[in-house]
Design a binder for this molecule. Structure first.
Ligand SMILES: [Zn+2]
Length: 643
């Protein structure tokens, strides 16, 4: 098992190899061959790519706190090197010699052009004092980002229900069983998602839901109020130093969206399209609440999921708990893996001899036509001090003939234990498929000649396309019936139930879209305005009033635990942007995914070839055009929204 010292030592050795590669690149003779220069430039970061991946994963998942600390330290050192490299005048000048030379291939020309542009966005052509300041700001931002995330993870809040389990009315039996009353007869509910989400969805006691919602939206307060302010100040200063009006402008300049104004227009367009339907949905929730409680004129945040659940139970005669017996964790895992193997004609083999960071972790090798092409890890169950959400962590970017692509899925699904098969919600199955879509993108896009193009190295606002497209597999009757069997009777999930799940689970989707756009607008505004004059709370309240159908709750501070502000910056809009594209691409697959065709001209094979395998080697727009044979459009997304 890796220990903190050897992890750090190996990471630092990799860093030294990267520094050597940088030195060798700068020393290349002026008349060196174009391809040799591009290749040497591309390989500077190759030694630290896996170290970065593992430090990203382990700071969020390793059970050993000294290793988590070591991973954070290493990440800081690797980021410092990246910053230094992005400001290295000698590297820039050497690469710039190619700017006027004739490139042997379009791929290489694109790499040079993009890299030079990226250098200038980083400030490489600024004076020494400016570059020194950029370095300081960038290093501080890494530490502040970690601080923000650590404050969120470590501040688990809870409510105590003095009435004990009587306060759990409405919740599923296994949830109740898992919450034992203490010696005073009280039950504690935490803000961890595995506790929080079922409670906010099913608990009948509105006062307790309100209390838990408040606990959740005051996490990391006041610590992160100051941290976030500092992050926004430094980001704005950074953008100013390299000639941008705001951090949003700097960040969105190289995305598909092309700039902050265009992102704002996108958000407005989506809100306009979704508003009529969202208003109708809200009216239904209010009507349902009024019918059951006798009075209602508004739905509050802590009531939203509860009334959506009640309304759909009423409308569709559907209880989301009724699907769970078909979704035991082990069969879901096997099903997601089997589906991916069938869709892309791959074979996954579990490797039980691989050294793992926790006993529940699994390791799989990916084979394509008998050749090992990638490796992935599953870390799927909750434990203390582990990342609370679901995400794919890239561990190594693949390089054809040199290194296999590698990645980990980190989720928080219930764990089978003795007689408990760990039954999932359909939503969790969807999440599993979503993250697996990211995984396949990183792994299948990892057979590249250049590191710069490997895996998910595409435009950030295209990254959620493969994952959101993959969610569609969670709705296919043909796919589900292969693995979703009742854990007692063994019966395959009935087709009517699948349709019911879809109708029910998508119920309230326009409200969801509008809330998403509130988050997107918030992230964009925080990164567009002058942080010296920015009031975090007032801006959030203002955006919530403008966009969200749910009123602001006095005293809550959602932004203090809005983790995407660190990782996604101004770019939260990317989810919906990607969904518009994903819905269009999905049309090519046809309605039934039950019989995926791995043949060379089947939709899945063409999707793999045109969208996943190119990684970042071409602009996302071009990939989409190659797959669709035209530009993408909003029609499919709009049909989905209105269906
Ligand atoms: Zn995603």
């Amino acid at each position: 098992m890796a220990d903190a010292t050897s992890f750090l030592t190996e990471g630092r050795a990799a860093l030294e190899r990267a520094k050597d590669a940088r030195r060798r690149f700068v020393e290349l003779p002026a008349d060196a061959d174009y391809s040799r220069v591009v290749f040497a430039f591309d390989r500077i970061r190759a030694p630290i790519d896996p170290a970065r991946g593992w430090s990203g994963l382990w700071q969020h998942t390793h059970p050993d706190p000294t290793l988590r600390d070591a991973a954070r330290t290493l990440e800081q050192e690797l980021s410092a090197f990246d910053t230094e490299l992005s400001l290295d005048r000698a590297v820039y000048d050497r690469l710039a010699l190619l700017a006027t030379a004739k490139a042997p291939t379009p791929e290489e020309a694109r790499l040079v052009e993009k890299s030079l542009k990226e250098f200038r966005r980083s400030g490489v052509d600024r004076d020494d004092a400016t570059r020194a300041r950029i370095r300081v700001l960038s290093d501080e931002l890494v530490v502040l980002g970690q601080e923000f995330e650590t404050n969120v993870i470590s501040d688990v809040r809870s409510i105590t229900i003095a009435d004990g389990r009587r306060g759990l009315a409405g919740l599923p039996a296994d949830y109740v069983a898992a919450h034992v009353e203490d010696e005073h007869g009280a039950v504690r509910i935490t803000t961890d998602p595995s506790d929080y989400i079922p409670f906010i969805t099913y608990a009948e006691r509105a006062d307790l839901r309100a209390e838990l919602y408040r606990a959740n939206t005051t996490r990391a307060v006041p610590q992160n109020v100051g941290v976030l302010k500092k992050i926004l100040e430094r980001r704005a200063e950074l953008a100013g130093l390299v000639g941008y009006a705001s951090y949003a402008e700097l960040m969105l300049d190289d995305k598909m969206v092309g700039g902050a104004a265009s992102a704002r227009r996108f958000i407005e367009r989506v809100v306009d399209l979704a508003r009529p339907r969202a208003t109708a949905e809200l009216a239904e929730l209010v009507a349902e609440k009024r019918e059951r409680t006798g009075s209602a004129d508004v739905i509050r945040d802590h009531e939203r999921f509860y009334w959506i659940e009640r309304t759909k139970a009423e409308r569709f005669g559907f209880d989301s708990q009724s699907v769970r017996p078909y979704l035991a964790y082990a069969s879901v895992r096997d099903g997601v893996l089997a589906t991916s193997q069938a869709v892309f004609g791959l074979e996954f083999r579990r490797d039980d001899s691989a050294e793992r960071w926790h006993p529940s972790v699994e390791c799989y090798d990916v084979f394509d036509h008998g050749a090992r092409v990638a490796r992935f890890w599953l870390d799927m169950h909750p434990r203390p001090d582990k990342y609370k959400h679901a995400a794919m962590f890239p561990l190594a970017s693949g390089l054809e003939g040199e290194r296999l692509a590698e990645a980990a899925l980190v989720c928080n699904f219930p764990e089978p234990n003795g007689d408990d098969p760990a039954l999932l919600l359909h939503q969790q199955l969807t999440t599993f498929f979503h993250e697996f879509g990211h995984l396949m993108h990183h792994l299948l896009g990892g057979r590249q000649r250049f590191l710069a193009y490997s895996g998910i190295a595409t435009e950030m606002d295209f990254v959620e396309v493969p994952s959101q497209l993959y969610e569609e597999w969670a709705w296919s009757t043909g796919i589900l019936q292969r693995f979703a069997r009742h854990n007692v009777t063994g019966e395959a999930i009935p087709a009517e139930l699948v349709q019911q799940i879809r109708d029910a689970e998508e119920y309230g989707k326009a409200l969801h879209v509008v809330v998403q756009m509130f988050y997107a607008a918030l992230a964009l505004e925080y990164h567009s305005r002058d942080p010296r004059e920015l009031d975090l709370l007032a801006t959030m309240v203002e955006q919530k009033r403008k966009i969200s159908p749910f009123p602001y709750e006095e005293g809550t501070h959602f932004y203090a635990s809005f983790g995407h502000l660190v990782g996604y910056g101004a770019a939260y809009y990317t989810y919906m942007w990607s969904l518009v594209i994903a819905k269009d691409l999905f049309g090519v697959f046809g309605a039934d995914l039950g019989a995926p065709d791995p043949g060379a001209n089947g939709a899945a094979a063409r999707y793999r070839r045109h969208i996943l395998e190119p990684g970042g080697s071409r602009d996302a727009k071009e990939l989409v055009r190659a797959f669709l044979g035209r530009e993408y459009a909003y029609d499919a997304w709009q049909r989905w929204l209105e269906s």
